[in-house]
Design a protein around this ligand. Structure first.
Ligand code: SF4
Ligand code: SF4
Length: 261
């Protein structure tokens, strides 16, 4: 018996691709995963891995084939380096823009979710800590967590908070607010972070943006770790705002493509 994806519920995170020993899975147009039944051997690794638990199939655990690792499977190192560098010098927080811009570029210009599906360092880190190190309960997340309402609601909330961060940066740029040498965790708790500030030669707004962006990255990582502990390792992927936004872009692109064909 082979595995089948419930397409309408797929969040196109690509976690299933990462474990398939037969390269039988692709995410079609960045919208949903599709399993090539000719290649699938029914090992069931994707069924276990899918954070939304939407792949169905019976399988034999006797097959222990593993997928051959690629260079981009080690990008989780970037996540650790990012937080370590930002701990000592906040300007390194700007590097996080890579994880912000690249998924958008893939979605807008290529119409796919290659970043989520292959290169996402944070997803890999969660997979590593929750999977290999066993720090996850590996339970299926509740259905509401991968429902459209929650995913799009969280996306709107996340970007509202992002706008507040941009506004604070603007106020510092305009000279109406002084630089806050603190990191805001979970949009609520201000943690003094002045040890990471060495920037008298750098414009204060540049540092303000760095503190704000580091706060965003830290907050989303904490949420990712919490959902990893409670549910499957990469459960964060089912409501990650970047994942939701890039899937929406891919859907629009696909609709336009089909309309003009
Ligand atoms: S059951 Fe195994 S071979 Fe088939 S798609 Fe899933 S991971 Fe790949
Ligand atoms: S939700 Fe993610 S892991 Fe599950 S089928 Fe879709 S792409 Fe694969």
């Amino acid at each position: 018996m082979k595995s089948v994806v419930k397409k309408e519920l797929c969040v196109s995170c690509g976690c299933c691709i990462k474990v398939c020993p037969k390269d039988a899975i692709e995410v079609k147009d960045g919208i949903y995963a599709h399993i090539n039944q000719d290649l699938c051997i029914g090992c069931g690794k994707c069924v276990t891995e899918c954070p939304a638990s939407i792949i169905e199939g019976e399988y034999s655990k006797r097959d222990n084939k593993v997928r051959f690792k690629k260079w981009y499977d080690y990008l989780w190192i970037f996540s650790i380096a990012y937080f370590a560098l930002g701990f000592f010098n906040i300007i390194f927080a700007w590097l996080g823009m890579i994880c912000f811009i690249l998924p958008l570029l893939f979605a807008i210009f290529k119409g796919n979710k290659a970043f989520c599906n292959r290169y996402c360092d944070r997803g890999q880190l969660l997979g590593l800590i929750g999977g290999r190190l066993g720090l996850s309960r590996k339970r299926s997340p509740p259905k509401w967590m991968y429902s459209k309402y929650f995913r799009y609601g969280f996306l709107i909330f996340f970007f509202a908070m992002f706008f507040v961060m941009l506004w604070n940066t603007y106020l510092v740029f305009a000279g109406t607010k002084s630089l806050s040498q603190a990191v805001t965790v979970l949009w609520t708790f201000n943690v003094p972070w002045s040890l990471a500030y060495h920037g008298n030669i750098i414009a204060p707004w540049v540092s303000q943006y760095a503190f704000g962006f580091y706060s965003v990255m830290l907050t989303s990582t904490i949420l990712g770790l919490l959902t990893m502990l409670l549910f499957k390792p990469r459960s964060w992927c089912v409501y990650c705002p970047m994942g939701t936004m890039t899937q929406a872009i891919c859907k629009v692109k696909s609709m336009r493509k089909n309309k003009f064909q």
